[in-house]
Structures are given as structure tokens and as C-alpha cells.
Design a protein around this ligand. Structure first.
Ligand code: GDP
Length: 614
């Protein structure tokens, strides 16, 4: 993908290759001007603009294709592509007017120059029935923005409240599953999470899960001990349990803010909100409202009369009515924009959730929105994205697996091996955890980001996917949905029932000594419709290929009413008396199997091969 990593050929619309003899011969250098657009940088580095945008995003800069970035940002990207950047001096012949123009663009575009404080984006997590939904409702009812009083609230997936003149944005899909699913899609939007724990129920399994999910994402937690109106509420016990779980709150040896609330009685809500602002202040959240918007889709639905509707949370910049936007693999013009009160907006600033109308088709939750200058550019960008998607093999593992771990460590892509550990009984978690964490080496640290007993769930798989980790099962199974999700997300699940082999495998994988494991791939199935005698080769089967294909030399298994009655390889394959190399679905053929001829009509032949797991 990174064409520019082949150094040597540098085109020079803007930059020029510097003489290499003064520098290390291995690192080609490149001249970059004080400011240039993403597209120009892509040309310079001979790569696609999408690649550049991705690199910039990784460095915390949201840019679109026409965005002008400054030398510093461009130099970092150039280094990623194997170039040493040098600042190109202003050409003497250029007039002050041109410089002024570039400077003006720089002011418009450069991320760093226009940073202003922005509202925090908050999500709520916690165990089921501990009051997440009711707390979200209570916050919304008690703190409707002053200017919006009297309006009717709309459900758009997020809302904003105002506290002491400052805004806070809440995502109203509570729970760590939604939070981690967004992360797995590359859209971490949450700045702070409220962990709700019911004072009458205490820390429960999903409370622990939520803590691990927030920690894996590096998102600060504010604890809300809820239901303090209940007669059997015991907040002190909850604090003790949280400390036992390693979450140290104020007054219990740590600095995590903890507020007592009752969502039912609307008690403690303003204290909770004020504390969120304090944490936000410490996080120093900033964005540049004076640049074109970059946002993320948090909800999308198809309205019968209005067409595709998407709720977008503006990440940085300002989204304006009439902007042309590219959203994932669709695009459109912002024809109308509404806030969570149903009020029409002309402009949405950073951290504002808005419902937009005008997209040509449905985007997906987690898609990124960027503003582009023209319709032509929107189409070009989408074409580029589609091409990129076609070029990428879809079943590439997105996470690490024990099989590819060493390669990824060697390539410098993995510095931490994130493991989710599920065991049959709670008692085995600690011994396995400590054995695994001891294995870490200088190059890579082993980190158990979540552990627990019970089957592997979809939430475990999402956490592994979002954290580029793998799952280890010790004596427990996988829920059906989780199995399917792991296939889609490319998450490696390893099953063990002996601690020694588990630890040994991880150790070998870290050192690049693990024998590759193999997976079976089914190529086709055929049904036996007749059985023939065939002189010297014994009996052969007349079959109809019902799925895939059959090839000569393929491995084959013979199924008879849910039981395997033989396994070998295809020794002969014929169509109308002629030898065939391959017969595909919908055709009949004759199949002979090495050392097996006990065919019966109705048997199913399953053709398979084994290949190295990724
Ligand atoms: P969620 O599953 O975490 O979203 O929990 P809900 O918000 O649906 O609340 C679960 C139940 O607890 C509901 O019956 C709520 O009315 C009740 N509940 C929530 N907060 C409070 C509270 O502060 N006090 C009392 N007494 N009940 C509450």
C-alpha cells in the first residue's frame, strides 16, 4: 500500500530531492515547503491521499484531502514513509502575496493554531439494572440547555446539557458493549465514562467488565453510586468493593471521583455534572472550531420521507449547512441539521451531536465524516476508498494471533500483547495471569486487559478487536454469536485445558518458536447418487456436487447420517468416462477414494484441505 516506501523516485511538483551524499545513504531526504495540502504531500511521497489522511489521524490531526497542513505535521508523515524531511526555503521569486495566501490557508487549516476548549463527550457504563438509562434521563431532564427550555427532546443518540455555562455531551447508548464496538470501528469518541454502581447491589460482573473496557481504552472513570434513596443502600460497601477491584476512589487511597446519586429522586445530579467538568478540565480537551468538520456517525436510520438520517458527533472543526461531506463510503450535502431538541442549526461546533439530512445513502455507525470542497472531490475520495477496500484482502486478521505475533513484534507493530483471559472457574484466573505476565520481554509486554470466568461473549471479542488483542480460553466455551463475531473481526481464540501448555504456547509465540497451527477449509460437498463397480479400482461413487467443487487429490471425508465412515483422498475423478481435474457445483461425476469403496447412496462426501492459520 505504501508505495512511497520505495525510495529513490521522488517527483517534484513542490519538493525537491536533496543531494544524498551529505546524509545517510539509507534514508532518502525530501524537501517540504512551509505549508502544503494533503493531496500535494501525497503526490510528493507518491502515495494515496487516504494513506496520508490515515497517518495524520494517527498523529491526532484530522485533515481532508484539500486541507493545508504545516511543515511539522508533514515531516512526521514523511518520516513514516521512510523520508527525512527538510524545510524548503521560500523561493526568492515568490511574492509576498503568495506567501500571504499560504499563510491564510495555514491559519484556516493548521490544526494546532486554532485550538479551543471543547465540551467533554461522556458515556455511561455499569451492570444491568443499576440505573444507567434512568440516570441519563435524569441528567437530561434536570439540565436542559437554558436556551432550549420548552423544546421537545428528540432521540438522536446523544444530547448536550449545560452546567454553569459549560456544555457536556452525553452519548445515550449506555453500556460498555456499545462503547467498545465503536472503538473496534476505530471511532473512540468518549472522553470520560460514568461508572454506575447500584448502592443496594454493589460491584457485579458487568461492573468489572466496564472497568476493564474503560481502562483498555484509557478513558478516565467517574463513579456514580446510584439508588442511594433505597433503604438497603450501602455506599461504603460499594467503595470497599471498588477498591478490591483495583479502582481506588477519593478517600480510599486514590483520586477517582465518586459521587452519590439517586436517579429516581434526582439527587446528586448537579454534583456529578460539576465533577465531570473538573475531570474534563484536567483532560485539557481541545479542538479547532474554525476548520472544516471531521466527525463520526453515532446513529443512522432510513426515514421513509426524509431519506438517510445520520447523527454525527462533530469531532473537530465546524459542520455547516450546505457543506459537501464524505461519510464512510457515501457522500452528500448537508441539506438540514438538527440538534437533540429538534432545533435547526446552521453550524455545529466540536463535540456537538447533530442529525443531518442530505446523504445519498445510509452510512454505518462508526463511519468518519469529512468535509470536502466539491462534489467532484467527494466522488474521487469515495472511488479511492473503494479501490483501497478492493485491494485489501477482507479476511486479513485485524488483531494479533499467536501465529503472527512474532512477525508483528519483529515489524515493530506490537509492543504489548493484550490478552483477554476467560476461565471455567474464577480460581484459575490469578495463577494463569501471573504466569503470563511474567513472560513479558523487553520488546513486548504481556497485559491481561480483562479476565473473568464463564464463556467467551461478544463483548470479549469486541474488546479483543478494539485492543488488537487475543482471547485465551481455559476450559470454557464460546457463545455462538461470539464465535461468528470473532471470524468477522479476525480475532484469535485459543483453547487450553492445561495451564502448562497455555503458558508454553504464549512463551513460544513471543519468541517466534510456535509451530504454526492449521485450519481446515471445506472446498465442496457432493451427494452419492449411485455406486458402480470399477474392475481393478474397486467401487466408485456416482455423485452430484451440491456445494463448491471437487478436485483430484483433495482430502475427503465420507459422512453417513451424521457420522464419518471414512477419510482419505480422492484417487479418481471422472466426468463421462474422461478424467477430470475439477468438477464444480451442479455437475455429476464419478469419484473414487483411496482405500475406501464402501459407498452407499445418500452418503455425503466432504472435500477439504488444511492451511496454515493466519
Ligand atoms: P440500566 O439497565 O442500568 O439502564 O437500568 P435502568 O435505568 O433501566 O434502571 C433499572 C431499574 O432501577 C428501574 O426500575 C429504575 O426505575 C430503577 N432505578 C434506577 N435508578 C434508581 C434510583 O436512583 N433509585 C431507585 N430506587 N431505583 C432506581
Amino acid at each position: 500500500m505504501a508505495k512511497a516506501s520505495k525510495p529513490g523516485k521522488v517527483v517534484e511538483p513542490l519538493g525537491k530531492k536533496v543531494s544524498e551524499d551529505s546524509l545517510s545513504p539509507k534514508v532518502p531526504s525530501i524537501e517540504i515547503p512551509h505549508a502544503l495540502s494533503v493531496r500535494q504531500l501525497a503526490d510528493l511521497l507518491q502515495t494515496s491521499a487516504v494513506d496520508i489522511i490515515k497517518r495524520l489521524m494517527r498523529n491526532g490531526i484530522m485533515a481532508n484531502i484539500n486541507q493545508v497542513i504545516d511543515y511539522e505535521a508533514a515531516a512526521v508523515v514523511a518520516a513514516d514513509f521512510g523520508f527525512e524531511a527538510h524545510l524548503k526555503p521560500w523561493p526568492a521569486e515568490r511574492t509576498a502575496g503568495v506567501i500571504g495566501e499560504i499563510k491564510r490557508q495555514q491559519l484556516q487549516g493548521a490544526e494546532l493554531s486554532g485550538l479551543k476548549p471543547r465540551p467533554p463527550v461522556v458515556t455511561i457504563m455499569g451492570h444491568v439494572d443499576h440505573g444507567k438509562t434512568r440516570l441519563l434521563d435524569a441528567i437530561r431532564q434536570t439540565n436542559v440547555m437554558a436556551t432550549e427550555a420548552g423544546s421537545i427532546t428528540q432521540h438522536i443518540g446523544a444530547y448536550q446539557v449545560e452546567v454553569n455555562g459549560q456544555k457536556i455531551t452525553f452519548l445515550d447508548t449506555p453500556g460498555h458493549e456499545a462503547f467498545t464496538a465503536m472503538r473496534a470501528r476505530g471511532a473512540q469518541v468518549t472522553d470520560i465514562t460514568i461508572l454506575v454502581v447500584a448502592a443496594d447491589d454493589g460491584v457485579m460482573p458487568q461492573t468489572l467488565e466496564a472497568i476493564d473496557h474503560a481502562r483498555a481504552a484509557g478513558v478516565p472513570i467517574v463513579v456514580a453510586i446510584n439508588k442511594i434513596d433505597k433503604p438497603n443502600a450501602n455506599p461504603e460497601l460499594v467503595k470497599q468493593q471498588l477498591a478490591d477491584a483495583g479502582l481506588l476512589i477519593e478517600g480510599w487511597g486514590g483520586d477517582i471521583v465518586c459521587v452519590l446519586v439517586s436517579a429516581k429522586e434526582k439527587q446528586g445530579i448537579s454534583e456529578l455534572l460539576e465533577n465531570l467538568l473538573v475531570v474534563a478540565e484536567m483532560e485539557n480537551l481541545k479542538a479547532n472550531p474554525s476548520r472544516p468538520a471531521v466527525g463520526v456517525v453515532i446513529e443512522a436510520e432510513l426515514d421513509k420521507t426524509k431519506g438517510p438520517l445520520a447523527t454525527v458527533l462533530v469531532h473537530t472543526g465546524s459542520l455547516r449547512l450546505g457543506d459537501t461531506v464524505v461519510v464512510g463510503s457515501t457522500w452528500g450535502r448537508v441539506k438540514a441539521m438538527f440538534n437533540d431538541m429538534g432545533k435547526r442549526l446552521r453550524k455545529a461546533e466540536p463535540a456537538t451531536p447533530v442529525e443531518i439530512l442530505g446523504l445519498n445513502s445510509m452510512p454505518q455507525v462508526g463511519d468518519t465524516l469529512i468535509v470536502v470542497a466539491t462534489e467532484r472531490e467527494a466522488r474521487a475520495l469515495i472511488q479511492e476508498r473503494q479501490l483501497e477496500m478492493q485491494q485489501q484482502p477482507s479476511r486479513l486478521p485485524k488483531s494479533v494471533s499467536l501465529n503472527n505475533l512474532f512477525d508483528q513484534i519483529s515489524a515493530g507493530q506490537v509492543k504489548e500483547l493484550n490478552i483477554i483471559l476467560k476461565t471455567d472457574v474464577q480460581g484459575t484466573v490469578e495463577p494463569i495471569r501471573s504466569s503470563l505476565e511474567r513472560l513479558g520481554m523487553e520488546e513486548v509486554r504481556v497485559r491481561i486487559i480483562h479476565s473473568g470466568s464463564g464463556n467467551i461473549t461478544e463483548s470479549d471479542v469486541m474488546l479483543a478487536s478494539a485492543s488488537k488483542g487475543l482471547i485465551i480460553s481455559f476450559g470454557c466455551g464460546t457463545e455462538a454469536g461470539a464465535r461468528r463475531l470473532a471470524d468477522v473481526e479476525g480475532v484469535d481464540i485459543r483453547y487450553y485445558d492445561v495451564i502448562y501448555s497455555l503458558v508454553e504456547d504464549v512463551d513460544k509465540a513471543l519468541k517466534g518458536m510456535l509451530e504454526p497451527s492449521y485450519v481446515e477449509v471445506i472446498d465442496g460437498r457432493a451427494e452419492v447418487r449411485a455406486v458402480f463397480s470399477s474392475g481393478k479400482t474397486g467401487r466408485i461413487s456416482g455423485v452430484y456436487v451440491i456445494e463448491g467443487k471437487v478436485g483430484r487429490g483433495a482430502s475427503v471425508r465420507v459422512w453417513r447420517q451424521e457420522q464419518v465412515v471414512g477419510q482419505s483422498v480422492v484417487s479418481s475423478l471422472r466426468r463421462f468416462k474422461d478424467d477430470a481435474k475439477e468438477v464444480t457445483v451442479g455437475y455429476e461425476c464419478g469419484v473414487g477414494i483411496k482405500d475406501f469403496d464402501d459407498f452407499q447412496v445418500g452418503d455425503i462426501l466432504e472435500f477439504f484441505r488444511t492451511e496454515k492459520a493466519g
